[in-house]
Design a binder for this molecule. Structure first.
Ligand code: NAD
Ligand code: UGA
Length: 436
């Protein structure tokens, strides 16, 4: 199959590279010339484990190329995937479809034969039909079908998620489009990964319902964690105890400083807006959005307590600022609420993050970036673990506590335990939902 992938961000680039690894001939397109220049030099513009090697292998095999010229890329292809951003629209919280519609229009004008136009971006219900209308208006002679193929990969585990998905969801209206999609995903079907073939609206809704459900699950356990702190229970034990019930499942039950990232915050908001628009408000999701914001703010209060009542004049080491480990993505990271509150409150903040610095330097002004965790805690008044990078899981806590001015640890990802902290000599050990 010949494929054009429009947008080379976290989803487009991973999908393009993985499709080429299936043996398809893929051209990745982006309107950002700097990104394409980097990719042509063999450099990956984002941090995603394993992507550099897989990309190099497929470029070498001649199956993967990059260009800024959309028209050249879609000439003669079987499918064009739209994987551009759908950020929150300023003002009303809806998904901003400007990039999707601009791509659709450009594709329509460039098509030279039949192709399936596949929306991989996360888009509200009804968008694929809008894509169809927009394309017909832009080029009444264009020969195409539309398909919805939402993506469920997680950053940091993107290649494995793409290559070993829980399911592939395909929304189509014609047999011809279904055949093209089956051919593209054949390597996965042969390995018996499930496929859900459905209509356009259901495929679009599946994506939002999945993300909203996961965000709700995290928020639920975060609320239970808060109560655990008050009543003397341990949220880790509670997660384990409820997660063993097959109807609940043990995933996405890690309590933390609130969910962040490029998708849960924007997708819950877009789903809530859709519900309101159709007079079927999804109150549970509206509440999740509100509670998650509160949780992030509550973290600030928790950290003020850890610092003895004020950030003013304190030196605080922060380990991890990306929204999760194994990514360089800072979009909607809890650190964007927490670190500015520390800086604004008069603290000197030293940050260590294996991949966060490139974006973080602009997003977190006034912080002191350090490479080495042990250097960052020297003489500090508090250490805050915000992101559970593997690098932070086996630290010499005794050495850390010994080098701090006041040994206080706020472990917002529960990667250590009370006994660990006590043995190391921490005077204060604060957790999420556990007895410190
Ligand atoms: P991103 O912002 O990282 O990348 C989008 C890219 O599209 C950018 O490089 C941009 O320059 C490019 N672009 C925009 N308009 C273009 C056009 N007309 N022609 C060519 N290139 C264009 O976005 P992302 O994180 O990859 O997300 C893309 C979509 O996938 C979103 O709808 C998102 O919700 C969804 N999604 C993301 C993830 C994730 O983990 N990031 C997972 C599943 C789904
Ligand atoms: C999420 C979904 O997991 C993917 O299936 C989906 O494709 C993607 O959004 C998307 O639509 O973009 P991602 O945002 O990359 O993936 O990362 P997650 O692992 O889901 O983590 C999201 C946030 O939830 C992070 O801030 C993480 O720390 C937090 N989280 C996750 C918890 O606090 N507890 C958990 O148990 C799991």
């Amino acid at each position: 199959m010949r494929i054009a992938m429009i947008g080379t961000g976290y989803v487009g680039l991973v999908s393009g590279v993985c499709f080429s690894d299936f043996g398809h001939d893929v051209t990745c397109v982006d309107l950002n010339p700097d990104k394409i220049a980097m990719l042509e030099r063999g450099e990956v513009p984002i941090y995603e484990p394993g992507l550099d090697l897989l990309m190099a292998k497929n470029v070498e095999a001649g199956r993967l190329t990059f260009t800024t010229e959309l028209a050249k890329a879609v000439d003669g292809v079987d499918a064009v995937f739209i994987a551009v951003g759908t950020p929150t629209r300023r003002g009303d919280g809806h998904a901003d479809l400007t990039y999707v519609m601009a791509a659709a229009e450009e594709i329509a004008k460039a098509l030279t034969g039949y192709a399936v136009i596949v929306t991989k971006s996360t888009v509200p219900v009804g968008t694929n039909r809008k894509v169809l209308e927009t394309m017909k208006a832009a080029n009444p002679d264009a020969d195409f079908d539309v398909a919805s193929n939402p993506e469920f990969l997680r950053e940091g585990a993107a290649i494995d998620d793409f290559m070993r998905p829980d399911r592939v969801v395909v929304g189509v209206e014609t047999e011809r489009a279904a055949d093209v999609m089956s051919e593209i995903y054949r390597p996965l079907f042969l390995r018996e990964f499930p496929i859900v073939t459905t209509d356009l609206e259901s495929a679009e809704m599946i994506k939002y319902a999945a993300n909203a459900f996961l965000a709700t699950k995290i928020t639920f356990i975060n609320e239970i964690a808060r109560l655990c702190e008050k009543v003397g229970a341990d949220v880790k034990e509670v997660s384990k105890g409820i997660g063993l019930d097959g109807r609940i499942g043990n995933k996405f039950l890690h309590a933390g400083p609130g969910y962040g990232g490029s998708c849960f915050p924007k997708d819950t908001m877009a789903l809530a807006r859709t519900g309101q628009e159709f007079a079927a408000p999804i109150q549970i999701v509206e509440t999740v959005i509100k509670v998650n914001d509160e949780i992030k703010r509550r973290m600030v209060d928790k950290l003020i307590d850890v610092c003895g009542g004020s950030f003013n004049g304190k030196t605080i080491a922060v380990f991890g600022v990306t929204f999760k480990p194994n990514t360089d993505d800072m979009r909607d990271a809890p650190a964007l609420t927490i670190v500015p509150a520390m800086v604004g409150g008069g603290a000197k903040v030293r940050v260590v993050d294996p991949q966060g610095r490139r974006e973080g330097e602009q997003l977190l002004p006034g912080v002191d970036w350090r490479e080495d965790p042990y250097d960052a805690v020297e003489g500090a008044d508090a250490l805050v673990i915000l992101t559970e990078w593997n690098e932070f899981r086996a630290l010499d806590l005794k050495r850390i506590a010994g080098s701090m001015a006041t040994p206080r640890l706020a472990d917002l990802r529960n990667i250590y335990s009370g006994p660990d902290a006590e043995r190391a000599g921490f005077e204060v050990y604060e957790t999420i939902g556990r007895q410190g």
